[in-house]
Design a protein around this ligand. Sequence first.
Ligand code: NDP
Length: 444
Amino acid sequence: MSYVDEVIAKVIEQNPAEPEFHQAVTEVLESLRPVIEANEDAYRKDALLERLVNPERQFKFRVPWVDDNGQVQVNTGYRVQFNSAIGPYKGGLRFHPSVNLGIIKFLGFEQIFKNSLTGLPIGGGKGGSDFDPKGKSDREVMAFCQSFMTELCKYIGADTDVPAGDIGVGGREIGYMFGQYKRIRGLYEGVLTGKGLTFGGSLVRTEATGYGLLYITEELFKDHGDSLNGKTVVVSGAGNVAIYAIQKAHQLGAKVVTCSDSTGWIYDPEGIDVELLKEVKEVKRARLTEYAAARPSAEYHEGRGVWQIPCDVALPCATQNELHLDDAKQLVANGCKAVCEGANMPTTIEATKYLQDNGVWFIGGKASNAGGVATSALEMSQNSERLSWSFEEVDAKLKNIMVNIYHNIADAAKRYGCEGDYVMGANIAGFEKVAEAMTAQGIC
Ligand code: NDP
């Protein structure tokens, strides 16, 4: 059995009931085959892959809090510190009822390579809880965040592990957690990113993942002698990534005609009105039915369905496994040219393969949504030097990072004879740096 197959089999056997983690490891290791086969003896002797797929450490903890009725609720908290070969652990916190250890491990594993691709010194980690902020009062969210941080603060620090937001964790939650960290540890340090601008946050962090997604997509089109100007784009999601992806797509001359949330989706042939979407989602925290009610050109549909709308570019920005094989077939039949992932692993393995086999340019989230974590790392730099950079300065750095990522992944794919396979290129480029650092640091 090849080394890659052996390690995939072991991961499945040793981590039962964690299908998302199996999926992420399989996707990464499969695409690393040529690199691993070229170094198989050395990697096997050093158990490099076994070390890579086993987190350095993981924490699972009780999070008790009191709801508005005086009832004690108990959730589970997680932090997985996956790999610190190239820098302190860095990765978001997700608060969503679907969170379990397998999901956090899949996200943490992917984060290692994504962070490496940014070219910045950050290792991979991820955390979260099965707590659902939806429908909770601000006081309940604060009570939960304070209890969560009371335990998490033992394991994190500005030079150790620096969490950020993810699904269900935005500026409000980061603020409550930062306050609690400061209170318990007595340290005013850049321990979290995505902070408010009045207490160490970076300009552009809010927009970064969506903007970065569009910068890399624009570079992809440019490399193929085209641009986004005049293109029709479909987006899924209506959260942080989706909103700022839509905004930047419009700034680049494209028209975004869809968005979605966990109950339904919008088709707006006139182009999504970003200000209205922000009002509905960021201010009122309401359903998309409110968008449709306020916008005569928009149709609201229950369930999922954005991928059936004809487009040049599809940007999945909601959650994992939201673009299936049937959706991929529909996109190809409609002449879609490019799929770039804003969310983490939104496209299933079968759908990705179908898109690639049918000539659709496909950039996986590891590369295309790396703008968020890259800007988080820029926030860490600003916190360390106790300075704040201007919007233009951070935005220019973000754009530069995304353009570099595009060329790195395109070149890595070319080096291994797979020109245009950006998934393989991203995994190879991300892996090479981490593997070299792990090897140089000895067996640890
Ligand atoms: P948000 O919580 O702001 O938004 C998530 C959006 O996706 C919401 O519109 C939500 O609907 C929808 N959604 C969530 N779960 C489901 C589901 N099971 N089915 C259908 N729709 C769903 O999260 P973000 O925008 O921050 O994150 C989106 C994705 O991007 C995630 O995969 C995240 O890991 C990834 N990502 C985020 C980064 C960031 O900087 N924020 C950085 C890199 C990756 P509803 O409004 O109903 O809740």
